[in-house]
Design a protein around this ligand. Structure first.
Ligand code: IPT
Length: 965
């Protein structure tokens, strides 16, 4: 009979003590691949006797290992953020406990020595048998477990059986904001352990500012064997273990200079190879320093999520996304909220990232019951806390990239966390400890926060933070460096407000940067009945309790396609700042790298539509600036651009890859918009008013045609389809409902128009309307004054608020409904991507073109306002070919949104596939003013300078049907 599975156990059993992960020449047998698999709805219903070689699994299906079973057609994913999806009844879990049984036969051909069986990740709890013998159990879903199988393993055929339950007591410790995805989701490996081989290696590789590289390797061998240490590339051999060696010729490791030195640790029977980076992390002067130098963190939080594979993210995908991070000026990763696949550490060492390596721990759901029974402060759970931090540190300690150990995330506070911090210090005194939930910084070494306001970060930088009540603790925290383990919540359109955080990181030594939440969205690819793909989120699998699209908040979508916010982040954190003098006589280059000079960069300049070339600049040391003269041609053109690009190929991007840029000047002026001397007069005939090329409805005042182009509008709109950030209650305005809610209450989405007058006297057609919501008296007066020179129309708009508006406005837009799908959209202005008052730092002035209005749209998983292009002086929309014309709008820098959908349609849609494609329709909104975006989906709202408070707004536009498309 199958041994009972004690789900209340908080640590695994039967495994060997945690040790480091390293490459070895010992025989490795991957047990990845197809396994026999059966899923039972509960442990009680799971079959008996599965561990027996005689068990008949011929009726079972197969499943790939590694995998998350809910995305392999067994059960379904479920998403909750904070709330536990089961009753809090510690340490028990529901009887409805999906139980996966896995069986796999394999052949082992070694006949000498023993072997270890390694599971890199089993979610949530496993019971493991080899050839009918119980090896033990696993706990800690994202942590490795190794069993010594020397006795149970036999040459020839073997049978490995694993039972995995979705829930166990340890689920209370694994409440990270992500899908619940059980399975054997990381590699399973059998590794030979030859007699006298290398069991464990501890690398102590420091960079001493005086002595350079200092190496000590502690090696644990089997059977008392003697280990030898060699560095073949430096001609060093027979370095004694356990002793310090100064390694002449080795370079320091930093995220900017990821120099690795291959160190070989061998015995007579086994050779281990490690790629060692020499570097030292210290905390001095309230700064995290590496090799004596303050570092700047330009980070992201990285979860492991794949739209088709769940948590089983292939290393090829991890590598691609880490290359992408490097290309976008990201230099740091917080492994939220668990140790990643071990291969990610190798990649971080190789490519150069600062890592905050986080233990697999989150008990966030207890917050919802006032932290009652929180395991973090319950001695009964202490072993689990110590077990998890030990396994994190012991697995990853040899990696140069790790600069901080993190105890976990959102687990309240308590004695077990303090004990974990102390244990981390004793296991690895070389790295400081991070944990955000220790608000008073009693047991951590750095002050970490999530989502504070920009002004708070500035105060911390000035060392003028609100002090703690306890003077001793305040003194301790005051001496600490500060980082943001999470900020700039990248959910939906946004994040807004990045520049203000950056200003503090750039100004003060203490505020060292942070990690945007988060890198990748966790959408799961699904298809409609007719085969259209979309990213599913919480609730899409029928979960009774879920947190909707809060799981989709990344700088890249689930397919790793960059969202506009990623380019903005790249621009904001650029490691080189280029400043063009007002007179364009010189350029100042400030090197914001911490370790490298600018010799790896080439500077180029260009004048729009004119000259361009290279800009020779001497290498500038880190932290320094240099000012170089610009040629007189720089001042000659209207728009001048400088770019810093890679001078040579880097391992993560080719030569020519752009790192930073700056612009000065403006685009050539658009044709004058006002009425000229040659103006023509409006003519009224029945229900129609004609003014030059414009045809107006004499009852509504709407423009209905411009030359051969059918149009309809404009109507004034003050609303937008709320973004995720608009829907959030801002952390700095907790006493107020969200902007979206205020807009709804204010009726911004249901404005009605009354035509007050249509006056066609003289050369001007003046249309005055009053626009406001039902049931109240706040409204705007809209005066549109149309004139024409016979070929174009000019529209001068004045929007004036009346009454008490109860909220800010989302926009002041002049909206046209075009009964055709615009193609060939071209504009002079900021681009190529979207821009709102507090986003779009990546947008630069130029002429941009997309094939259709559809291509202006960003496919956020929950449709919402997006796609505004700003500071536009000229816009062309290709009208239907029957008209042979294009609609051209010019002015002095307006914003526009061209969308196949109305704001109401965007608001109503729940998924991308809810929006109809291919209609003969374009919404053209010309915005004279816009509200910022902020990050209230989790964090502060729109900062004051970017809020659109009701006010008089004016603008002048010129509309024309250009003769050619
Ligand atoms: C914070 C969590 O740490 C993170 O995992 C994620 O859930 C994020 O919020 C929101 O997407 S915790 C929150 C209370 C600030």
């Amino acid at each position: 009979m199958t041994e009972p599975f004690d789900l209340t156990a908080i640590v695994g059993t039967g495994g060997i003590a945690p040790r480091a992960r390293f490459a070895t020449d010992a025989t490795l047998l991957s047990l990845n691949g197809d396994w026999s698999f059966a899923l039972s709805p509960s442990l009680a219903e799971a079959p008996d006797g599965i561990e027996s070689p005689d068990f008949d699994d011929s009726g079972w299906g197969t499943i790939p290992v590694p995998s998350s079973w809910p995305v392999q057609g067994h059960g379904s994913p479920a998403y909750t953020n904070v709330v536990f999806p089961f009753p809090i009844d510690v340490p028990f879990v529901p009887d409805e406990n999906p139980t996966g049984d896995f069986r796999r036969r394999f052949t082992w051909s070694e006949s000498d020595g023993g072997a270890l069986l390694r599971f890199d990740g089993v979610d949530a709890a496993g019971q493991v048998w080899l050839n009918g013998t119980l090896l033990g159990t696993t706990r800690g879903s994202r942590l490795p477990t190794e069993f010594d199988v020397s006795d149970a393993l036999r040459p020839g055929e073997n049978l490995l059986v694993v039972r995995v339950t979705q829930w166990a007591a340890t689920s209370y410790l694994e409440d990270q904001d992500m899908w619940w995805l059980p399975g054997i989701f990381r590699d399973v490996t059998l590794q030979a352990t030859p007699a006298g081989g290398v069991h464990d290696v501890a690398v102590h590789a420091d960079w001493d500012v005086d002595r350079g590289a200092v190496l000590r390797i502690d090696a644990a061998t089997r059977d008392g064997a003697q280990a030898q240490i060699a560095i073949p590339a430096l001609g060093l051999a027979a370095l004694a273990p356990g002793e310090e060696h100064v390694i002449a010729g080795a370079a320091p490791w930093t995220a900017e200079t990821p120099a690795l030195t291959e160190v070989v640790v061998s015995t007579a029977t086994e050779t281990a190879t490690l790629r060692v980076g020499f570097r030292t992390v210290t905390i001095e002067d309230a700064q995290i320093k590496v090799n004596g130098t303050r570092i700047r963190l330009r980070g992201v939080n990285r979860h492991e999520s794949h739209p088709d594979l769940g948590r089983a993210v292939p290393l090829t995908v991890a590598r691609a996304e880490m290359l992408q991070m490097k290309q976008y000026n990201v230099n740091a990763i917080r492994t939220s909220h668990y140790p990643p696949h071990p291969g990610v550490l190798d990649l971080a060492d190789e490519l150069g990232f600062w890592l905050v390596d986080e233990s697999d721990l989150e008990t966030h759901g207890f917050e919802l019951i006032g932290w009652r029974d929180n395991p973090s402060d319950d001695p009964a759970w202490r072993d689990a806390y110590l077990d998890r931090i030990t396994r994190t540190v012991q697995r990853d300690r040899n990696h140069a990239s790790v600069i901080l150990w993190s105890l976990g995330n959102e687990s309240g506070t308590g004695g077990n966390l303090a004990a974990a911090a102390a244990l981390s210090h004793s296991l690895d005194p070389s790295r400081p400890v991070h944990y955000e939930g220790d608000y008073d910084c009693e047991y951590v070494d750095v002050w970490s926060q999530m989502y504070p306001t920009q002004s708070h970060v500035d105060a911390v930088g000035r060392r003028a933070e609100q002090p703690l009540a306890d003077a001793a603790l305040q003194a301790r925290r005051h001496a600490m460096p500060h980082l943001l383990c999470e900020y700039a919540h990248a959910m939906g359109t946004g994040p807004g407000g990045l520049s203000e955080y950056e200003a503090s990181f750039d100004t003060y030594d203490r505020t060292q940067g942070g990690f945007v939440w988060e890198w990748v969205e966790h959408g799961i690819r699904q298809r409609t009945a007719d085969g259209r793909a979309y990213f599913a989120y919480g609730g899409d699998f029928g979960e009774p309790l879920h947190d909707g699209n809060f799981v989709a908040d990344g700088l890249v979508d689930a397919d790793r396609v960059p969202r506009p916010g990623l380019a903005d982040y790249k621009k904001v954190v650029e490691p080189v700042k280029l400043t063009i003098a007002d007179d364009r006589a010189s350029l100042t280059i400030r090197n914001r790298y911490d370790f490298v000079d600018t010799a790896h960069l080439a500077l180029t300049w260009s004048v729009q539509g004119g000259a361009g070339g290279d800009l020779p600049v001497p290498a500038i040391a880190p932290g320094d600036s240099a000012t170089v003269p610009l040629s007189s041609e720089a001042a000659a053109g209207a728009l001048f651009t400088v770019r810093a690009v890679l001078a040579q190929d880097a391992p993560w991007a080719p030569a020519g890859h752009e790192i930073a840029w700056a612009q000065a000047g403006s685009l050539p002026a658009a044709p004058a918009a006002g009425p000229g001397s040659d103006s023509v007069a409006p003519e009224t005939a029945g229900d129609v008013i004609t003014l030059g090329p414009g045809v107006f409805d004499a009852n509504t005042g709407h423009l209905t045609a411009l030359g051969a182009i059918e149009v309809d509008g404009p109507v004034v709109t003050l609303w937008r389809a709320p973004t995720d950030n608009d829907r959030g209650v801002a952390q700095d305005r907790l006493d107020l409902p969200s902007d979206a809610e205020l807009w709804r209450r204010g009726g911004l989405h249901r404005l009605r128009t009354r035509v007050a007058s249509i006056d066609a006297t003289g050369d001007v057609l003046r249309v005055t309307t009053h626009v406001g919501p039902a049931g109240t008296d706040h409204r705007v007066q809209v005066v549109l004054e149309w004139t024409s020179d016979g070929t174009a129309l000019s529209c001068s708009a004045t929007v004036t608020p009346h009454g008490d508006w109860p909220s800010d406005w989302a926009r002041v837009g002049l909206e046209f409904a075009l009964p055709w799908a615009a193609d060939g959209v071209e504009w002079d202005g900021l681009g190529p991507d979207q821009h709102y008052p507090d986003t779009g730092q990546a947008a630069r002035l130029g002429t941009f073109r997309v094939d259709s209005a559809r291509d202006l749209h960003t496919d956020y998983v929950l449709p919402q306002e997006n796609g505004s292009r700003a500071q536009v002086t000229r816009l062309r929309l290709g009208a239907p070919s029957s008209s042979g014309a294009a609609l051209q709008v010019s002015g002095e820098g307006f914003s526009f949104t061209g969308s196949p959908w109305t704001s109401a349609e965007l608001d109503a849609a729940l998924h991308t596939v809810d929006l109809p494609e291919g209609r003969a329709f374009t919404r053209l909104t010309i915005d004279l003013a816009e509200h910022g975006i902020g990050t209230a989906s989790c964090g502060p709202g729109v900062l004051d300078p970017y809020r659109l408070t009701p006010r008089t707004v004016t603008g002048v536009l010129r509309l024309q049907a250009s003769a050619s498309r």
